[in-house]
Design a protein around this ligand. Sequence first.
Ligand code: ZN
Length: 306
Amino acid sequence: MNARLRLPDSVQVLERGWLSANNVLLFDGAEAVLVDSGYVSHAAQTVALLRAALDGRQLGRLINTHSHSDHIGGNASVQRAFGCSITVPAGMERAVTDWDEAALLLSTAAQAGERFAVDATLAPGDRFVAGELEWQAIAAPGHDMDALTYYNTERRILISGDALWRDGFGILFADVLGTGDGIGEARRTLEAIGRLAVDAVIPGHGAPFAEFDDALERAFARLRAFEADGARMARNAIRACVTFKLLEVRRLALDELPRYLDETPLYREANRRFLGMEPNALASWLVTELERAGVARRAERWLDIC
Ligand SMILES: [Zn+2]
């Protein structure tokens, strides 16, 4: 349902699943720029997809929207394969340079990554040309406090990362972990991008879409729901992150699940701050939820992805 969505020929979106964020290629003749590189365990697949899409053209630069594992996981492999430079939002430079696995939420959410070096940064307000279009970096704190979105005025395209999807936005980690006001920041971000004229959104996950106002409305409604019910937000975050983990590892041992939930900072904090459940009770709630949603199923001593 992408009514009248037309992206310029110089813009190509490699739509991925959920473990890997979308890869956006912006072509300028024989050169290309890539936005986001997917998850580390998909890196070989990402390189193969890019090689096919580049079709002999040169990948000069890789730019990230934010620092999460599903957006930066392929950075090192893509750089090795194509020799491109890597540009990150200025706010995440330190975390990457120090490879601070807590700040990058890798250790926090029991996710994997591969270290890479930063060649350049972009700050809010900075501009760059890619895909024969000029893009402006716009601050998009909320899901990731240092995230940027990239906006082209002329064709009214917004590369939104995980700040805005067709139905929602990325987990508000700061609220779940108690490290900041993710809800407030996300609201200000949505208000700011809501003032832009946008005909096409290229989200970090899911297909590009034209229905910008609808998406904003749903995102604001979701924020209000999270504000009214922190437990709902926490349950949502646990469900989403365990699903992500299952996409990576395919199965989790059921008898280890309570300990896994209790030892992984994100789940432990989400539970401690909003739910107050015993690890065993949390695990059995989670298994029931994932089975009911058709995400996973029990098979003997395992929880398998469907
Ligand atoms: Zn993200």
